[in-house]
Design a protein. Structure first.
Ligand SMILES: [Zn+2]
Ligand SMILES: [Zn+2]
Length: 92
């Protein structure tokens, strides 16, 4: 913890700025991460049974239901899976 000595000899404790909270990890078209303040985490269920849990801002979280959000890549994956199921059901 940093301390500064004041001219009158007293030692003041410098408050370290609070670390910024989790930031949105979504990639933007420019290829850079969004880094806006995270409001959601991806609820996509991974094969391991854990959830993806990446942080997402309100712009990048894809709402899948009440209190259920996906990151953009998992949203796309889920769409593809739904489509495949549909095709399978149709006999393709
Ligand atoms: Zn974002
Ligand atoms: Zn995800």
């Amino acid at each position: 913890m940093p301390y500064v000595k004041l001219p009158d000899g007293t030692v003041a404790h410098v408050k370290v700025a609070a670390r910024p909270g989790p930031q949105c990890v979504a990639m933007q078209d420019s290829g850079r991460r969004c880094l806006k303040r995270s409001k959601y985490q991806c609820d996509y269920r991974l094969p391991s049974g854990a959830t993806c849990d990446v942080h997402l801002c309100g712009d990048h979280a894809r709402t899948m239901g009440p209190d259920r959000h996906y990151c953009p890549p998992h949203f796309q994956m889920d769409c593809q899976q739904q489509h495949r199921k549909l095709f399978t059901a149709l006999g393709r």
